[in-house]
Unconditional design. Structure first.
Length: 277
């Protein structure tokens, strides 16, 4: 059982790192909650984690909005695909052998982390390739008057967001940890715009989930815990957004790669330890 002070400190740490890499931080928080509160149900802990991520992502999105790094047009398009994907994932989870899926997905996450970590450096972020007639061209100017010009395949982005929403709901991990590297390496998003836009999408998706948990009562018992975590996460998100401004995009991707590997190993261990059904 953690004290309220430790919960605020934990929320601050998770909020800082989660906002820095655009992943929300749920993949860090959930294992800690599971170990700290073994007497609570998974539904309660998921509700607590989701509420914290919602506050963290909202706070981080406000900070990123001031920096003018959010691509709202792409974010809304991704969100329109991500929410149905999340609903589909929640409906499908009961029909898929969890152990087999976790084994495969854990290996995919670890492979993805190795790809991101060892991939050769990209070209300049502000001059992404815009070749291809079917690519959705975007030009954004941030608060530092840096011009970001890039283009991506919109159908691929929609399908990707659908998968991210589906997988995050199915596995119970934050979608940003998958979405950010995919946006960078598959959609040619500049790293800083990818983290900011992913955070915006995450804020909207988790808000919908938090409202559901409030209505069905699963968040009621853990409201005090969620509140303490949220207080720390809101402050940590502001720090994480500021740090992202000073840290090179390559190091943000490497931090994401490490996070992906940790989540992948966690999923693999859980799959191996769980009894075969």
């Amino acid at each position: 059982m953690m004290t309220y002070f430790l919960l605020v400190a934990l929320g601050f740490a998770v909020g800082t790192f989660g906002t820095l890499i655009g992943a929300g931080g749920g993949f860090i928080l959930m294992p800690i909650l599971l170990l700290s509160y073994p007497q609570r149900s998974a539904d309660e802990l998921t509700a607590i984690s989701l509420a914290m991520i919602c506050c963290n992502a909202t706070s981080g999105s406000i900070s990123y909005a001031r920096m003018k790094r959010i691509d709202y047009t792409s974010g809304v398009l991704f969100l329109m695909a991500g929410i149905p994907g999340a609903v589909l994932g929640a409906m499908t989870v009961a029909y898929i052998p969890r152990q087999a899926f976790n084994l495969v997905f854990g290996l995919v996450l670890i492979a993805g982390s190795l790809f991101i970590f060892f991939r050769p450096p990209r070209e300049s972020e502000s001059s992404m390739s815009t070749h291809g007639g079917t690519r959705f061209r975007r030009t954004l100017i941030d608060a530092q008057v840096t011009r970001h010009k890039f283009a991506y395949n919109l159908p691929v982005g929609i399908v990707l967001s659908l998968f991210v929403g589906f997988a995050s709901s199915l596995l119970g991990i934050g979608g940003g940890i998958i979405h950010v590297p995919a946006m960078v390496h598959l959609l040619d998003f500049p790293v800083h715009l990818a983290t900011a836009t992913s955070h915006f999408v995450l804020a909207a998706m988790t808000l919908a989930g938090t409202i559901v948990h409030l209505v069905d009562g699963s968040l009621r018992a853990g409201l005090a815990i969620a509140g303490c975590l949220a207080v720390g996460a809101v402050a940590g998100a502001q720090l994480g957004a500021r740090l992202s401004h000073r840290i090179h995009g390559r190091w943000i991707l490497r931090a994401l790669a490490v996070a992906l590997a940790l989540v992948g190993m966690r999923i693999l261990i859980a799959a191996v330890r769980s009894p075969v059904r």
